[in-house]
Design a protein around this ligand. Sequence first.
Ligand code: B12
Ligand code: SF4
Length: 524
Amino acid sequence: MHLQQDLVLFVNANDTSRHTSSANTSIYPNLGLLTLMSALRDRIGADDVQLGYLDGVVYSNKTIEEFIDAHAPRIRAVCFSTLTANYGASIAMARRVKRMNPKALVILGNDHFSALYKRIMRRQGDVDFGFYGNDVVTGFAGFVADTLRGRVKPPAAYPGLVYRTADGTVARIPEHPGEYATLPLVDYSLADGLLPHQELYLRGQQSVYFFMRDRELRSQVVDIGRGCIKFAGQRLEGVPVNACDFCGIIPGSKEIVWPEVDKAWAILENAYRQGYNYFYVTADELPLTMWRLLRGMAANQPEWFRRLPQSQRPGMFGYARAEAFATVPKRIDELVNVLGLDHFFIGFDGLSDISLRVMNKQPAGGRGRRDLPMAHNLEALAGVVDRGGMITAGLVLTHLGITPQIMAENHAMLTEIVDNHPKTFAALDFGPLCPIPGSQSFRYLTHPEHAEQRAAEYGLRVDRGFLESRKDFYRSSDDFDMDEMIADFIRGCCPDITLDLVREYLAATEDLATRHGIVVGGGV
Ligand code: B12
Ligand code: SF4
């Protein structure tokens, strides 16, 4: 560690408090932060400023706070990646940074900030700047590099920048829509500059997943595409109205982006050369959304990949909408056979047609648009079983207006499919719906009339009086306890069930997984 150097910290705080559906801990780094660091490293020399990555999920938030206290005088900026889960903890740390060194800049980004940037900037005086959205890497790197050199330009020079104008108004510069193609290759070792992280993530993976241990897999997150077919169309306050109810992704300026085929392979080679052989592709819904890219990759495999014996080729895993298995099975074959995808994250979510429809999980369009949504889940399951692959199933146990009968039916269906195919499920990642900011379901808390009207479309009901009593809180606050949100959602949006009933189903689902030796959580 270079004790005299200026320091820019990149912090992934641990969850503010453990919540009902907290993910498995410390198995992947924060790729957003590593991308920003790689871009900034390209702009400034390693001798000038030290870039430090700290993950509270690995080391605890207390360790980060102690680090801040010990190094406060040389800290120039602290950059927090904020999801709803860790926003409160990030703000508490920001306060500490400012107390220890008022000159250090506090910069926020990621989905929770993007969803609530106006109120965050109004309420949190310790936050100096933020960046809205995804296409902010060049804007961020330019802004921090110029700040370090004392040569900051007018805000318009920094795409995505969120700032306060002289009269205190919160303003935002649009993202840079063409940025994705220009992103740097990620230097994963940047996570280890201050404290070792990568070995600890690998250790975490191996202790969670038996197959990673047995097959000596070293997994790493890679970004070869972003977006979802459901982000197309209208957006309300930045949130796509076609998105699934619980989805908290704030998409970039384009609904779907991917790099050129060569660049995508270069991204994979870059991770491979750094010692990783099992790629967690963070893109959503690979076969439907990124098909042109994947087809191109399959048809243009680079020399380094082709030369590797089949058994030594790196594998991949990633997200796939169940719909893809029903409507475009040949694409799945290509993903499995040519690109080595053997593990799919499938959002089963609800396990009945009504649940899937209420969660806005019905088929998005194309060939499958008239199919029953549950048929797609079952075809996806059969498709993975036939190909000998694995599934991490995402399951959302509650939704707008859910009744005890629907919960019972969904659980019975889950039990049936897991009992019949226990070896196919690598993990069950389940929890009650948490209406995070940036999702459609958050709107139910801020606009009770919307919740009531949507529930009525399915013959379901909400407790309008309760929702009205909480509306102002959800319209004004920026820091939410996820368990409190879950409980409010159940009280207001699911008046036919109770929190106790939800706890029973959480326990029953956990028992089901444990009975078959399936990982609970999965960390995806
Ligand atoms: C990989 C992943 C994980 C990994 C790694 C998490 C991490 N901290 O990076 C693991 C498995 C650990 C994980 C855990 C969780 N996740 Co997660 N995860 C993802 C996933 C699939 C991909 C994220 C990614 O790496 N993208 C690629 C990188 C390059 O992009 P990025 O992270 O968005 O970063 C870009 C911008 O956001 C921005 N940015 C990010 N950070 C910062 C910071 C600063 C200062 C600035 C300026 C900009 C900036 O710049 C980056 C470059 O473009 C997303 C879904 C998605 N496709 O986005 C969900 C997602 C982020 N996860 C989500 C959730 C809910 C969780 C959990 C709460 C789940 C749980 N049950 O506990 C936990 C929270 C863990 C935590 N405290 O960090 C939600 C977040 C919603 C929200 N508003 O809070 C998402 C959006 C999924 C969804 N559909 O709703 N997750
Ligand atoms: S949950 Fe998946 S399918 Fe649904 S909108 Fe989000 S990315 Fe798309």
